[in-house]
Ligand binder design. Structure first.
Ligand code: CA2
Length: 144
């Protein structure tokens, strides 16, 4: 069975508790369980990981050799982390960057992503649907 890792960056564990107009009403648990269910339909095992710590995210990416795809929302580290970028550059399977909000409609400091030129593709601004679309994309890219 193919395995896909989903990594959520800092503060995404608080989803559903504030700023629903930007991030939606779904909790991270809602998103993760929807991904597991959609994964079953695709024959993909989905594992999710959330951390508020840059190094823990780097460690998780480095230990992902036995997965077939990665979906990552590095949250605020998107805009700052060369370390996460470097870890992604060492991956040889599809990586999809996801953002709940349309970062290009927000403050200028959110317009630049450190990882966009290191990933396979990117989905922004579609809320929790973006994660499911990313899983569909990985499914299409890795086959059965
Ligand atoms: O739109 C996205 O998915 C972001 O990656 C979310 C990050 C933000 O720093 C990026 O610029 C864009 C912030 C995640 C924090 O989300 C919270 C949501 C509700 C309550 C607390 C935090």
């Amino acid at each position: 069975m193919k395995k896909v890792l989903v990594i959520h960056g800092p503060n995404l564990n608080r989803l559903g508790t504030r700023e629903p107009e930007i991030y939606g009403h779904q909790t991270l648990a809602d998103i993760d369980s929807a991904l597991v269910e959609r994964g079953k339909a695709f024959g993909i095992e989905v594992e999710s990981f959330q951390s508020n710590h840059e190094g823990a995210i780097v460690d998780k990416i480095q230990s992902a050799a036995n997965y077939h795809g990665l979906i990552i929302n590095p949250a605020a580290y998107t805009h700052t982390s060369i370390a996460i970028r470097d870890a992604i550059l060492a991956i040889d399977f599809p990586v999809i960057e996801v953002h709940l909000s349309n970062i290009y409609k927000r403050e200028p400091f959110r317009h630049h992503s450190m990882i966009s030129d290191a990933v396979t593709g990117k989905i922004v601004g579609l809320g929790h649907h973006g994660y499911l679309l990313a899983l569909e994309a990985v499914h299409g890219l890795i086959g059965r």
